[in-house]
Ligand binder design. Structure first.
Ligand SMILES: [Mg+2]
Ligand SMILES: [Zn+2]
Length: 207
């Protein structure tokens, strides 16, 4: 079974825009910029054998504030900057009552099914309570990047970190990381590289 780092997008990989204490995604591809230390952290985690899977809520697509084409253009840019194994996006709002929108764990479960991921030996990194709750429901260990948004804090357990660079530093310093259990587990072939094309960015919950 594979181990994964599940990555929220805005505020974890790329800069989120904060207005009135709330976090907003970039509107345009040109405004989509990686945060400091993210590219190196991703390369280091990948080298340690983790799959890197983005799980992102993008409700502006449902409300018409953002186009799906534009979101997918941002994801194409993102794939060019960091070595991702998959990107799962929920384009719904709460009103859609879908299975993928965080805090539900649907995107993590779907990724686990696609890529043979052991969720209990995997990690979720997020900057909002919905990320942490989704990770907890999936059975992952959770890291929280706290920007002090004006919204409820996540419920424990989670580990506070300054950013993805600290997640990488901590996990790579852990002697148990990257080791496999003795012989009773056949290590799977990693997923056959990042899948390409728009269908790779959409998620099975699409109606
Ligand atoms: Mg976020
Ligand atoms: Zn959804």
């Amino acid at each position: 079974m594979n181990r994964a780092i599940f990555l929220d997008r805005d505020g974890v990989l790329n800069r989120a825009f904060v207005r009135g204490g709330k976090s907003y995604p970039p509107d345009r591809v040109v405004d989509f910029e990686l945060l400091d230390g993210v590219a190196q952290a991703c390369r280091d985690l990948k080298r340690a054998g983790f799959l890197l899977v983005v799980v992102t809520n993008q409700p502006d697509v449902a409300t018409g504030k953002q186009s799906r084409e534009n979101v997918e253009a941002m994801h194409k840019k993102l794939r060019g900057l960091v070595p991702l194994d998959d990107i799962l996006a929920c384009f719904h709002t709460d009103a859609d009552n879908c299975l993928c929108r965080k805090p539900k764990p649907g995107m993590l479960n779907e990724a686990a099914r696609r890529h043979g991921i052991d969720l209990t030996r995997s990690f979720m990194v997020g900057d909002r309570w919905k990320d942490i709750e989704a990770g907890q429901k999936a059975g992952c260990r959770c890291f929280f990047v706290d920007y002090q948004y004006k919204e409820p804090a996540p419920k424990k357990p989670f580990e506070p970190v300054a950013g993805l660079h600290e997640v990488a530093t901590r996990l790579l310093a852990d002697p148990g990381i990257g080791t496999t259990s003795q012989g009773c587990e056949t290590s799977r072939q990693p997923a056959s590289g990042p899948s390409e094309g728009p269908e790779a960015t959409s998620h099975g919950c699409e109606i």
